[in-house]
Design a protein around this ligand. Structure first.
Ligand SMILES: *Cc1c(COP(=O)(O)O)cnc(C)c1O
Length: 385
């Protein structure tokens, strides 16, 4: 189904090689998991992250579920999360019986506020899961220091942050484990897909086993054992090589994709700076020690009403803009875990006021010009009535 909007919020970008690589897997007769293209994607990611191991998964959600299994999360263990994130960040751990503990976000980067983590730690706390919102790095120096002092594991939800850096190092290298997403809405995609980045050697072998139905099939395929068998618990978390082929076409073109996205981000930033100042709208903040991946461009409007009116104004001009996460501590599940309004005031406030503008690799300059001019033509008093 094509979008009813002249300018949709998202469109998957193609690099041109996807069909060729997908056809190649069909011609070669290997379309199940862990074929030649999966190996190419693993090599790319292991090089990029300098990681002990990178494993493609069927989604970022599944990479997070693998993380919870690898950490041995059990009933009533506590895990600390920001409330301003996608459901999967938290659900993956709750599936294992964890109790989510939410610490509010920073008002500038919208990332987990490192200064609120220690107050959330109890004797039951096992892990901290920072989410690099919009791919802008969390304060990892501080988070690592706190985790080290309390003996807690770190799992980075780096769904937004592929190709971003914190103090010169790629996001995704700081946690024992990190989860990537290749969902259609992310910078690099295969429709549905993800990866688990294993930085801590201790998890490397068991990660392979969990991903391959609890067997040592990966070792068997490398010729390290002469048959494979059931070693421990696991599931099926590996994608078909058809998807890996599609993904490799995108990874290979990462510099072009990132350059396109950088131009789009900078055009929004420049095109809306003066208007935002006059209007009292916030724009993304990137600390000087962070390199962002140009994943999204958002505005922080003065109120919920103004945000909704601007979404309507853009819609009536054929442009789809969208809000983002609802505070997880106030979701039905969050309330069951004891969440209350006022627990995370920064998140609650931002969630009402944030609006994301159309952002995709081949958003054309004239389309973007139209988005910018339409935002600038918005008069809230009239539209809000
Ligand atoms: C997209 C996203 C996910 C989930 O990714 P899937 O690949 O769709 O499972 C998890 N966390 C964050 C922060 C995301 O943006």
């Amino acid at each position: 189904m094509s979008s009813p909007y002249r300018i949709p919020f998202n469109k998957p970008g193609l690099t041109g090689q996807e069909w060729r690589y997908v056809s190649q897997t069909i011609a070669d007769g290997h379309i199940s998991g862990d074929g030649a293209f999966t190996r190419k994607c693993h090599a790319f990611l292991e090089r990029h992250f300098g990681a002990r191991k990178a494993l493609l998964t069927t989604s970022c959600t599944h990479a997070l579920e693998m993380s919870a299994l690898l950490l041995g999360i059990q009933k009533d263990d506590e895990v600390i999360f920001p409330p301003f994130t996608f459901v999967s960040t938290v659900n993956a751990f709750v599936l294992r019986g964890a109790r989510p503990v939410f610490a509010d976000i920073r008002p500038d980067t919208l990332n987990l506020n490192e200064n609120l983590i220690e107050a959330a730690i109890t004797p039951r706390t096992r892990a901290i899961v920072p989410v690099h919102y919009a791919g802008v790095g969390c304060e990892m120096d501080r988070i690592l220091e706190i985790a080290g002092r309390h003996g807690l594991a770190i799992v980075e939800d780096n769904a937004h942050g592929l190709f971003a850096k914190y103090r010169g190092r790629p996001l995704g290298v700081f946690g024992a484990l990190a989860a990537q997403s290749f969902h259609e809405t992310k910078n690099v995609t295969c429709g549905e897909g993800g990866a688990l980045i294993v930085n801590d050697e201790r998890y490397a072998e068991r990660a392979e086993i969990i991903r391959e139905k609890g067997t040592n099939r990966s070792r068997f395929l490398r010729g390290e054992v002469d048959k494979y068998s059931w070693i421990g618990i696991g599931s099926s978390y590996l994608p078909s090589d058809l998807l890996a082929a599609f993904l490799f076409a995108q990874l290979e073109a990462w510099e072009r994709i990132q350059a396109q996205r950088r131009r789009i981000w900078e055009r929004y930033s420049e095109g809306l700076r003066e208007w935002a100042g006059r209007f009292g709208a916030g724009t993304p903040y990137v600390p000087p020690h962070c390199e962002q991946p140009y994943h999204m461009f958002y505005l922080r409007l003065p109120s919920l009403d103004v945000r909704q009116a601007l979404i309507q104004h853009l819609k009536s001009n054929g442009i789809l803009s969208v809000s983002h996460y609802l505070p997880l501590h106030l979701s039905d599940m969050g309330l069951r875990f004891g969440g209350r309004p006022g627990d995370c005031p920064v998140c609650e406030n931002v969630a009402d006021r944030l609006l994301r503008l159309p952002f995709y690799n081949d958003l054309q300059e004239d389309e973007q010009h139209s988005v910018i001019e339409t935002v600038k033509s918005f008069t809230p008093a009239r539209s809000a009535e």
